[in-house]
Write a protein that binds this ligand. Structure first.
Ligand code: ZN
Length: 128
């Protein structure tokens, strides 16, 4: 599954983007709205979003719960040879890499493909 962590909550990719800023939108917490845009910091009605360009694939990093305990804390990220978090150009590339490195298809269901915008990447690095 692909999506993002925001304030410790996992939000799965909806395939929709904000009409105003073009960024991906995620499920709203509020029943009266359909989506929310973290970039605009607003909840949105369905007419305020549009379908994501099918060719748009965000960069992802791969995370999995430490010891199988999920969410909020205890996520470990796939690292590269320099002990940096490995960033893939998109989810299919990440899956291909994992499958070539000993993972099986079923393993992938337990992994998080965390979408990274280029400006968020810096923040994630600082925290790490
Ligand atoms: Zn927006």
């Amino acid at each position: 599954m692909s999506g993002i962590f925001h304030d410790g909550h996992w939000y799965g990719n909806t395939g929709m983007v904000c009409r105003r800023c073009g960024n991906p939108v995620y499920q709203s917490e509020h029943a009266e709205y359909s989506y929310q845009c973290f970039r605009c910091d607003e909840d949105l009605y369905s007419f305020e979003v549009t379908e994501q360009d099918g060719f748009y694939l965000p960069k992802v990093i791969v995370a999995r719960p430490v010891n199988g305990i999920s969410l909020n804390e205890g996520l470990e990220y796939l690292l590269d040879g320099n002990r940096e978090v490995r960033i893939f150009n998109n989810q299919p590339e990440a899956e291909a890499f994992l499958l070539a490195n000993g993972f099986i298809r079923e393993d992938l269901e337990f992994l998080y493909f965390v979408e990274v915008a280029d400006d968020r990447l810096q923040a994630d690095r600082r925290e790490g």
